[in-house]
Ligand binder design. Structure first.
Ligand code: TRP
Length: 335
């Protein structure tokens, strides 16, 4: 596999949904790639919220989670977006070849406009930041500066990758062949892990399970997963069961068959939840200690990121100097 890149917005504490949907599958993909880039999208974080301590803390937590789960920074470029200023410079350059109309069509922006419309607010752009509007350009810069070919993302990000392709093609058309056209990889085989109430797992719904909650908290959070009110002894359906979905995300094929039988045989919800706790805890236990080690030793994480940033900065600078020349920004005595 070729060159692969993905970013994580640093605006929250890693939860089980992030682990199942992003961390675990990406670490497998990265192993097969020729070259891999994984970065903390800390400037994207400012689009979502304006709590400085949250952005800062989340950067440490997310970096620690990836390292704890086995990311090898010797084999993968691991860095913060904010420490590669060439990305921001490319962001501006691309802003001038990207049409405003393209951005008008972005789902996230449109959703915000629709919300204003629903609320019957006259100014449809009320409360929408320029950052929200420009979001897809920064994402394109993240990807294009490193000539990434494959971008594994969740299905909610699919449109952003399509926009990145449009942005790259347009630039290439105006200034000549410069960027590779990346492809999105959307994992369909990974079951989306829903929140404890069955809706999308999200911080705003308060229905998420922290990835590295301690054992007691983990059991408590699992106990909150919604079920119907069938009693022990009564057979339970696996279809549309939120709890069964969790089993699906963490079980081997063989164990899942056993779980199915437990449902069918009418094991009580309480016992099933204990079973799920054991399963999830077994997988996360080995990483949990490492995670807390990194949280307590943020200087180690900082050092690892700086090493990554030193490596990618020279790649980014090389690419950007080529781009600057193409648009006419170069030394005055340079032909
Ligand atoms: N916007 C992505 C998200 O919220 C994160 C992200 C930023 C990203 N830049 C990227 C993902 C570049 C892939 C490639 O999930």
């Amino acid at each position: 596999m070729s060159s692969i890149l993905t970013g994580i917005t640093t605006s929250g504490t890693p939860h089980l949904g992030n682990y199942i949907g992003a961390i675990k599958p990406s670490l497998i993909k990265i192993k097969k790639a020729k070259r891999s880039f994984l970065f903390l999208a800390d400037y994207h974080s400012l689009i979502k919220q304006q709590e400085p301590e949250l952005t800062h803390r989340s950067s440490l937590e997310i970096a620690s989670a990836w390292l704890a789960c086995g990311l090898n920074p010797k084999k993968t470029f691991f860095y913060r977006q904010s420490r590669v200023p060439q990305i921001m410079e490319l962001n501006w350059i691309l802003s001038n070849t990207t049409s405003k109309g393209l951005l008008n069509r972005a789902h996230a922006y449109k959703a915000a406009v629709d919300l204003n419309q629903e609320k019957k607010i006259k100014d449809l752009d009320k409360g929408i930041s320029a950052g929200t509007f420009n979001y897809p350009i920064l994402m394109a810069a993240d990807i294009l500066i490193f000539d990434a070919e494959i971008v594994p993302v969740g299905s909610d990000q699919k449109q952003h990758i399509e926009m990145t392709r449009d942005i790259a093609l347009r630039f290439n058309h105006i200034y000549g062949e410069t960027f590779k056209i990346p492809e999105a990889h959307i994992s369909r085989d990974i079951p989306l892990l829903s929140g404890t109430d069955g809706r999308k797992m999200s911080k705003s719904y308060k229905n998420y399970i922290e990835l590295f909650a301690n054992e007691k908290e983990l059991q408590k959070a699992i106990n909150k997963i919604v079920t119907d009110s069938l009693l022990p002894g009564e057979p339970k359906k696996t279809k549309d069961s939120v709890l069964f979905n969790y089993f699906k995300a963490f079980s081997s094929k063989e164990f899942l068959l056993e779980v199915e039988k437990m449902f069918l045989d009418g094991k009580g919800w309480g016992d099933l939840k204990k079973e799920l706790f054991t399963l999830v805890n077994k997988e996360l236990k080995i990483y949990r200690e490492k995670y807390y080690h990194y949280l307590d030793n943020s200087n180690e994480v900082e050092k690892i990121l700086i090493e990554g940033e030193n490596k990618v900065s020279s790649i980014a600078e090389k690419k950007l100097s080529e781009i600057r020349k193409k648009v006419g920004i170069r030394a005055l005595d340079e032909k």
